[in-house]
Write a new protein. Structure first.
Length: 271
């Protein structure tokens, strides 16, 4: 694993056993509200695991593409829950074969150096996969969706992307891990979005190559989200985490609902 260590006494909130089916805004606002509580010292550091049944998440630059609204509406017509997230990164499709991981930690010094956050998430995912006998590389995979310096790959094909969101007293680093299904099908969905939302000369347009993406089930000798989940939970428990649940955090539901309304108005204006 990375030389950076997870904070002591962190809580593992695992809502991944049942996929979210409603508004995709909810898990992102959960992280936003939890980060405030973690920053205030009201909650310990938290690692949140979650999945969604059928969603498409845009980055801020994607929303600025000239025909983004029409492309978003087309996805909604196909049954996707669509939103624009307030962390970095670009468009990502989510489904039951994608595990989402959020590491939410206090930032009392208000340090704005984000590389250490990305290294921490890299260490978490590498640690989970070492439980399954493999090693991953980091570095941008050109032509992949949601590209960045901390793309995680095996044999040159990306299966994971990382983004982060910073508040005054805390930060949340978020990763999507493509575990099962096919990487090419998801890449095609994203490529179709960009082709509808913009043109190759438009700022923010990404030229997606289908063979750059793969799932862990295509890359490694395991086939289910549950296998990755078991390796991830085992690693986190070894690092000192303790299991919790969303039920332990019901007191923040009202705040999450308020944040959902606020962020939807701020990031999803359709005019």
């Amino acid at each position: 694993m990375s030389s950076l260590q997870l904070p002591p006494n962190f809580l593992i909130v695992d809502s991944s056993l049942r996929c979210f089916e409603g508004d995709i805004v909810y898990p992102f606002d959960f992280d936003e509200v939890i980060a405030k509580e973690v920053g205030d010292g009201s909650l310990p550091p938290i690692i949140h695991l979650w999945r969604h049944q059928k969603a498409f998440v845009l980055g801020l630059r994607d929303r600025r593409l000239p025909r983004a609204l029409e492309a978003m509406e087309r996805l909604e017509d196909k049954g996707f829950s669509v939103t624009v997230r307030n962390s970095g990164g670009a468009a990502v499709p989510l489904d039951p074969g994608v595990m989402n991981i959020s590491v939410i930690c206090p930032n009392p010094s208000r340090n704005m150096e984000f590389h250490q956050d990305f290294e921490l998430m890299y260490g978490v995912i590498q640690g989970a996969l070492q439980q399954l006998g493999t090693h991953v590389k980091k570095g941008e995979i050109a032509g992949s969706y949601c590209p960045g310096d901390y793309d995680l790959s095996v044999n040159g094909q990306k299966f994971c992307g990382i983004a982060q969101r910073r508040q005054i007293g805390a930060y949340a680093v978020q990763a999507f891990v493509v575990v099962s299904g096919t990487g090419q099908n998801r890449a095609k969905l994203v490529r179709d979005f960009y082709e509808e939302a913009g043109s190759k000369d438009a700022k923010g347009y990404l030229d997606i190559h289908l063979n750059t993406m793969a799932s862990l089930s295509e890359l490694l000798e395991f086939h289910t989200v549950q296998q990755f989940h078991q390796g991830l939970i085992s690693f986190l428990l070894q690092q000192g985490g303790r299991l919790g649940s969303l039920a332990d955090l019901t007191f923040i539901n009202e705040e999450i609902q308020k944040k959902m309304e606020e962020l939807k108005e701020r990031y999803e204006q359709r005019v």
